[in-house]
Design a protein around this ligand. Structure first.
Ligand SMILES: [Zn+2]
Length: 358
């Protein structure tokens, strides 16, 4: 029996009796999906942002800074945007608890929406720091559908890719909670209901350093079985029933599924997600190629038109036409640059893999 199995045994017994599980998720559960952990010093997102010359590292998620310079946020938003990452085994473990009707709630600090992507229903989900699922204008609060926001983001020709509210021209931002903004009401309302009712709690991949999320596990009733899954010991897990697993989240998910007899269910969820993910990536690639071909054709036609005009209109007009042609070329250049960004994103997606990941 492995160390993880030994430590998990009493908890597994409770789960087998039908007890419901509540999850408390931090960035650590998403690192194996390729999403950078905001606070880990070397791979941290903030370090990658150093190039942007921010006045202070957290500025990228600061609401006052965003009002003046939304570019910083929109530079990283592209990388963070949901859809570019495949959920991890740990996320699918949570989905399995939902499928088995033994999921009470998921409290997550993560804004990557991987819980949603793995199929966890909204009724079970509290995104304590908001998410990319919805977007609003910071001035008049008008909502912008995510598809529309994405279109703006990728179209660097217009306002540098920063989405503007169609009503008031204010900046639009996804509903992730920035520094300087209040946390969602739903967090407090649901916590009031859940606090004394949680039977089994899995706290994973979090440094438990961000208040108020950090205090939730300690507010749980003493009858609750609390399990900490993290690379290092954090918080105070010294109660008699507490289990501390200083291991990788995905490793724990695998072991737990084995112990519960859920391994094939977990595999099935993973396989299905990978297939869908690959299909989506393929479709996106196809659409991009089609667009590229269309643009190339357009540019060619524009050049041909210019040449025809030249023949008809003689030398006087030539200078002006030269300018027009140059304009078309500049547009093509911009499109090439945009394409390069899209390509590198795509490469990142393909690296996420698909086969060797798990
Ligand atoms: Zn507005």
């Amino acid at each position: 029996m492995s160390e993880i199995e030994k430590l998990l045994a009493p908890v597994v017994e409770e789960i087998k009796k039908g007890k419901h599980v509540t999850f408390f998720n931090g960035a650590g559960i998403s690192t194996s999906a390729g999403i950078p952990d905001f606070r880990s010093p070397k791979t941290g997102l903030y370090d990658n942002l150093a190039k942007l010359n921010l006045p202070f590292a957290e500025a990228v998620f600061d609401i006052d800074y965003f009002r003046d310079s939304p570019e910083a946020f929109y530079t990283v938003a592209e990388e963070l945007f949901p859809g570019n990452f495949l959920p991890t085994k740990y996320h699918f473990l949570i989905k399995l608890f939902q499928d088995k009707k033994q999921l009470r709630r998921v409290y997550t600090q993560n804004i990557d929406t991987l819980e949603r992507i793995s199929g966890v229903d909204e009724e079970h989900l509290i995104e304590a720091h908001g998410s990319f699922a919805k977007n609003h204008c910071i001035e008049c609060s008008k909502e912008m559908p995510t598809e529309e926001l994405k279109k703006h983001m990728l179209n660097k020709h217009i306002n540098n890719g920063i989405p503007l509210c169609p009503s008031c021209k204010g900046y639009v931002k996804p509903d992730i909670v920035f520094f300087g903004e209040g946390l969602p009401e739903a967090l407090f309302e649901t916590w009031d209901k859940d606090q004394d009712e949680v039977e089994v709690a899995f706290v994973a991949g979090t440094s438990l350093s961000v208040y108020p999320f950090s205090s939730l596990p300690s507010e749980l009733d003493h009858h609750c079985h609390r399990v900490l899954v993290n690379k290092e010991a954090v918080g105070s897990f010294k109660r008699k029933k507490d289990v501390v697993l200083l291991h990788d989240c995905d490793e724990v998910a695998t072991t737990l599924c084995e112990m519960l007899g859920w391994s094939s269910d977990l595999e099935a969820l993973l396989e299905e997600a990978k297939t869908q993910f690959a299909k989506k990536a393929q479709l996106a690639k196809k659409a991009q190629l089609a667009k590229k071909a269309q643009l190339a054709k357009k540019a060619q036609l524009a050049k041909k038109d210019d040449k025809d005009d030249e023949k008809e209109e003689g030398e006087e007009e030539q200078n002006k036409e030269g300018e027009e042609e140059e304009e078309v070329n500049t547009d093509t250049d911009k499109e090439d640059k945009r394409q390069a960004i899209v390509d590198s994103l795509e490469e990142a997606i393909s690296k996420l893999d698909i086969k060797d990941r798990y």
